[in-house]
Design a protein around this ligand. Structure first.
Ligand SMILES: [Ca+2]
Length: 436
């Protein structure tokens, strides 16, 4: 069924702009915890008539070229990659990441013995590299075979000692449940594919949930498309363990060593640790000191009133609230002991020099008892006999800001809830604000 390796491939037969044989480029993959290159992804390249190196990605997407022709191009690139990787001797300490197009697996005869059908086994044997130094990147979403056959192929490859990476996770229609069952060694995520069409905020949320999935199923999260400092910080922030992208190294014909990398990565890690620690300290200071102060002063800022015949609270003159709160305070509302909102939402607004509270009455009657912060508050009250609690930071779905909610039992039946933005908290800034 399969066409074997061919010497006579000329790329001009597929594209008049190209010439010569296809070959492999290598792009380094870095482990953050080891601060060094742990592998290389092999990428298909060809040359134009002018001698410029170009990606062959487009050729593989064409449907007018017979599958067996494409397959022979792919095989030639893979053989070139394996041959040169073997020659480099690096397979003792680094891995070769090879892309396997799911379309190739589709042409497998269901009756065929996988040992015979998968040429990768013969290739690595020919060049003397162990399967444990090869990672096969598979785009699960594109796979057209039955899930049973797919699982069978993956199981077989794993049993032979290959590592499996799910490529372009999140870009296609990856089935999270099946991937969790499959337990790939790596999950590759292209930062730029995810960034397309989503806001920064949503991207961060998606990245965090995928990082969480990786932790749960014991896969290594490999973030590719890391091109800038910001991208690298994003990778560190979500806890990606491996990274790949122009920021660390472009694909190249030579298998690069990049000795400078450990220094660069160390510097970034240092900077990241400092920034992150500042964030965590600011949050802790905010929770432990300033929130405490606010609670003590709460009666100066809010007064008891009746709303719809029920005892509730409303904010006093906003000028009473010290100016340093204005920057962080977003919203105040009151719930009863069952988590039902019994006041409007009060938003602190500024109009020129003057401050005022804006009221939104449509929120009265909403049930917040199911929100984690409310349950946390009730548990704190019951077990620790505390009259206040502060939620973990969460994302406000309307404004997208990072928020903590402070809950304070003002009176029996009235719990004051205050949302504070913690997106831009800085320890030094908070200390400068000081306590009155
Ligand atoms: Ca890939």
């Amino acid at each position: 069924m399969f066409v074997g390796y061919r010497e006579d491939i000329d790329l001009a037969q597929f594209d008049k702009e190209l010439q010569g044989r296809p070959f492999a480029f290598f792009q380094p993959i870095l482990s953050i915890e080891d601060k060094q290159i742990v592998g290389y992804e092999a990428l298909a390249r060809g040359k134009t008539k002018e001698g410029k190196t170009v990606s062959l990605g487009k050729i593989f997407l064409r449907h007018d070229i017979p599958l067996h022709e494409l397959y022979s191009v792919d095989l030639a690139v893979r053989e070139d990659a394996i041959r040169r990787f073997a020659k480099s001797g690096l397979y003792y300490k680094r891995k070769l990441f090879l892309n396997i197009m799911p379309r190739w697996l589709e042409v497998l005869n269901p009756e065929e013995n996988l040992e015979q059908a998968l040429p990768i086994l013969k290739l690595i044997e020919k060049y003397g590299i162990p399967p444990s130094s090869v990672v096969l990147e598979i785009t699960e979403g594109e796979f057209g075979l039955s899930p049973e056959r797919f699982d069978q192929v993956i199981c077989f490859l794993k049993s032979k000692g290959f590592s499996i990476a799910i490529d372009d996770f999140g870009a296609g229609f990856s089935n999270v449940h099946r991937i969790a069952l499959m337990r790939p060694h790596y999950i590759k995520l292209d930062l730029h594919l995810i960034q397309k069409g989503f806001s920064d905020l949503i991207v961060r949320e998606i990245l965090h949930s995928i990082a969480h999935l990786c932790d749960k199923i014991g896969s290594i999260l490999l973030l590719e498309g890391v091109e800038t400092e910001q991208d690298f910080y994003a990778a560190l922030d979500i806890g990606a363990r491996y990274v790949q992208g122009y920021f660390f190294g472009h694909p190249s014909f030579e298998i690069q060593s990049l000795f400078f990398l450990d220094i660069t990565v160390e510097e970034f890690l240092k900077d990241f640790r400092t920034r992150k620690l500042e964030e965590v300290r600011a949050l802790l200071l905010f929770r432990e000191t300033l929130a405490d102060h606010f609670v003590k002063k709460a009666e100066t800022y809010f007064r008891k009133v009746q709303i719809n015949g029920i005892a509730s609270l409303e904010p006093c003159n906003p000028e009473n609230i010290p100016p340093y709160w204005h920057r962080f305070m977003r919203l105040a509302f009151v719930v009863n002991d069952y988590g039902i909102q019994i006041s409007p939402n009060y938003r602190l607004r500024q109009n020129g020099e003057s401050l005022y509270w804006e009221e939104e009455r449509t929120y009265i009657g909403k049930d917040w008892s199911w929100r984690p912060y409310f349950q946390y508050f009730i548990a704190q009250k019951d077990i620790l006999e505390k009259n206040r609690a502060i939620s973990e930071p969460y994302r406000d779905i309307t404004t997208g800001e990072s928020i903590v909610t402070l809950l304070y039992q003002f009176n029996p039946g009235t719990i004051l809830c205050l949302d504070f933005s913690v997106a831009h908290l800085e320890e030094s800034g908070l200390k400068r604000l000081g306590l009155p």
